[in-house]
Write a protein that binds this ligand. Sequence first.
Ligand code: ZN
Length: 300
Amino acid sequence: MTRVPSRWLAPVLLAAWTGSASAYKCTEVPAGGWTLWWAPREVTVLQHVRCSSDLADRAACHAAITRSMASWTDVACTDFTFIDGGDTEDERAGYDWRHPEANRNTIVFREGDPADPWDTWPHQAGALAITTVTFNSRSGRILDADIEVNAVPRTGGRRYTWAICPDDGSGCGGANDVENTITHELGHVLGLDHPAVPDATMYASAQPGETKKRTLDTDDENGVCAIYPPGQAATPCVPATGGGVTPHIRALRSCDDTSQSPCEQRTLFGVRMGCAASGGGLPWAAALALLLLRWARRGR
Ligand SMILES: [Zn+2]
């Protein structure tokens, strides 16, 4: 597969939907107001073959991630299903809009291998993990989602470390639990945002050694079941109204860290689908192409 630059551009603050009807939050399309959803009820997620180098037992690392997928799939009041797509060598995150059929939903630990131009952390240094969701901004329909986990050395040689902690979190030192974090990030993949419910898996912050997010809270289950009722079409928390939001493909990053306040969330400008038929589209497209070129150069 050709490596194509697909990590984008120009950050804008993400405004989270603050619906009052329920505690769980659905992720809002910025400048739209409607929320994200998948059309297929089965979403395949692949794991990068390396998993985390902190874990000598790679199979155990992969198994922890598989359990995270199962936590969402096993919810009784929805038929939303994460399909474990197995291992992949593809470590890209973001969306290749020129080859949409080539996109995969992936989970990758970034470790800062200087020989690997993709193995970097171009996000906030303190972010523990980032999920980038790409979607059609007119409908909120999700096209692709990728999870990046931060294990890149930071200032002073510190970095986040990863482990499979004992169930009670004891004896895990300063490491972060793989299953705890990935279960949370998978909630972003399916379209959930951070609620103000401290016991929820989707709560914004996590501490080293924390394991409680492995198990979904009722609030998390209510969220996934509201969007994906069994046997029925997806029901976004806020359905799209057909507004003319452009560009048509956008992406946003949900950012998590270990502090009590979540790190900054960002949206990324994407690309206009199809040909621009009216004035204004082409200059925009040209500007985008230039920015993509700069991004590509910066990333290599
Ligand atoms: Zn989060």
